[in-house]
Design a protein around this ligand. Structure first.
Ligand SMILES: Cc1ncc(COP(=O)(O)O)c(C=O)c1O
Length: 458
């Protein structure tokens, strides 16, 4: 069977899926959602191999056009609800220059938390006024640069506010609120907010308030946003403009279909894992993701109406959700070992990179969308886990045994889908002096795909 034969309906490769009956010591199949860009890349008979030859090691592919589409979906969500809104990309989720560039080109700003991120965003054409500076106890350098570039600064503590005041230069700030009942280390509590509002005088301007919640709950975000509208109204009575609130990020991504996720949750077994089973999982099936979640937030408690009536702009800082479908990570199989558990054989692959390039593995968790073995070839279902080219026993890109539809061979490529949000580069380091995987940008040019290196890789 050639590669073309292995491409199913709508160009969907059949390799990521496996027959229903998987052995007891193997996890069920969890194919990533079909994606036209990704499918086209997998169906190309030579491109992935050509790139792997050229870069001589693992690499990440990025589809910048997807970032632009995701930004526009959020912008359209604001427009549909009649709300003045602004999207800041949470830069920590991906360092590629092309992502910041896509934001600049689509009128999105960038949420930065270090001088390096701030400079990298400016270098891609994001204007200073389009930056939101977050993070606790920001360095003097970051505060100074942020104020000079007229960025909005989310102030996290009273001593940080004092350091900003001492700079003596104009700055537009938000006060980051510690939500009632939260034990977060971030934000100002009720008493600190009163003190801060009192202390803010020219040349500092109190533009409004912000928060960021852990988890992915739309209702909790809407209710906290409503509380922030009240904070704005109160601050106005003290003479501050207070016309902006930021509700942070945490917009979910729908990585897996409902059935695969339910099967995984309902049949989860320690026996699927080569080593210690993970402690927790991202909600890989997320029925109301991204811009649809924004719509749900705006609808709850008539948040949209409250914002409109009070002339308040709503800022959001999505990281992961702006990167949905925007890239994959590619590793070369460097070794194949056979082992047996419960009298059943399985393979342990060693690839040419490390799990530092698949961050989920570093949070006592596991990245669930199945990697796709490339190229497509016929074969028999083979439970397979994936190790890294390091000396660490625990350095596994996939701890669970995945039902690959054939045995992998040395030289094959393993493509982890939909990794642009946090997975690629938030934890990477040149451990063992291994080169960091470069980012490769893919764009469609008529009937062919073209690739080029991202600026961060040059
Ligand atoms: C202040 C702030 N904004 C935005 C984000 C981005 O969150 P996400 O990528 O889940 O959208 C984070 C993540 O930790 C954050 O701390």
């Amino acid at each position: 069977m050639g590669l073309a034969d292995a491409v199913g309906r709508a160009g969907t490769p059949v390799l990521g899926s496996a027959p229903d009956a998987t052995p007891a010591h193997c996890a069920p199949p969890m194919p990533a959602r079909p994606d036209a860009f990704q499918d086209r890349l997998l169906a190309d008979p030579v491109l992935l191999d050509d790139i792997a030859e050229a870069v001589r090691g693992p690499f990440h592919v990025l589809f910048p056009v997807r970032v632009a589409e995701n930004v526009r979906a959020f912008q359209n969500g604001f427009a549909a609800a009649g709300v003045d809104g602004f999207v800041y990309f949470g830069k920590k989720a991906n360092k590629a220059a092309a992502v910041a560039r896509a934001c600049a080109e689509t009128g999105a700003g960038v949420d930065v938390a270090s001088s390096g991120e701030l400079v990298a965003a400016l270098a891609q054409g994001v204007r200073g006024e389009e930056l939101m500076v977050t993070g606790p106890a920001k360095s003097g350098e970051l505060l100074w640069l942020a104020a000079r570039h007229r960025a909005v600064i989310a102030v996290d503590a009273l001593d940080e506010l004092d350091r900003l005041r001492e700079l003596g230069i104009a700055a537009r700030i938000l006060l980051r609120v510690l939500p009632e009942g939260s034990s977060s280390r971030f934000g100002l509590n009720r008493d600190e907010l009163v003190t801060a509002i009192d202390r803010i005088t020219a040349p500092i301007t109190l533009a409004g308030f912000s928060f960021h919640l852990g988890g992915y709950d739309a209702v909790a975000r809407a209710e906290q946003a409503i509380a922030l509208v009240e904070h704005c109204l109160h601050a106005r009575t003290c003479g501050h403009p207070a016309e902006l609130i930021s509700i942070g990020g945490g917009f979910g991504v729908d990585y897996l279909d409902a059935e695969s996720w339910a099967r995984f949750r309902n049949t989860l077994s320690d026996s699927w894992f080569h080593s210690q089973p993970p402690g927790d999982y991202y909600p890989y099936h997320f029925p109301v993701p991204g811009a649809a979640m924004l719509a749900a937030i705006l609808e709850h408690g008539d948040l949209a109406g409250r914002l409109r009536r009070n002339g308040i702009r709503l800022a959001i800082e999505p990281g992961r959700a702006l990167l949905d479908g925007a890239g994959s990570s590619v590793f070369r199989v460097q070794g194949v070992k056979n082992r047996t558990t419960q009298d059943t054989p399985y393979d342990i692959l060693t690839v040419d990179g490390t799990s530092l390039s698949l961050s989920e593995q570093w949070f006592d968790s596991e990245y669930l969308p199945d990697p796709v073995l490339w190229p497509a070839r016929p074969g028999t279902l083979t439970p397979t886990c994936v190790g890294a080219a390091t000396c660490l026993e625990s350095d596994l890109l996939s701890r669970r045994r995945i039902p690959l539809t054939r045995r992998a061979r040395v030289g094959d490529l393993l493509v982890y889908p939909n990794t642009a949000g946090y997975q690629m580069d938030s934890n990477e380091s040149p451990f063992h002096d291994l080169r960091l995987p470069p980012k490769v940008l893919i764009r469609a040019d008529g009937d062919r795909l073209r690739w080029t290196l991202d600026d961060t890789a040059r």
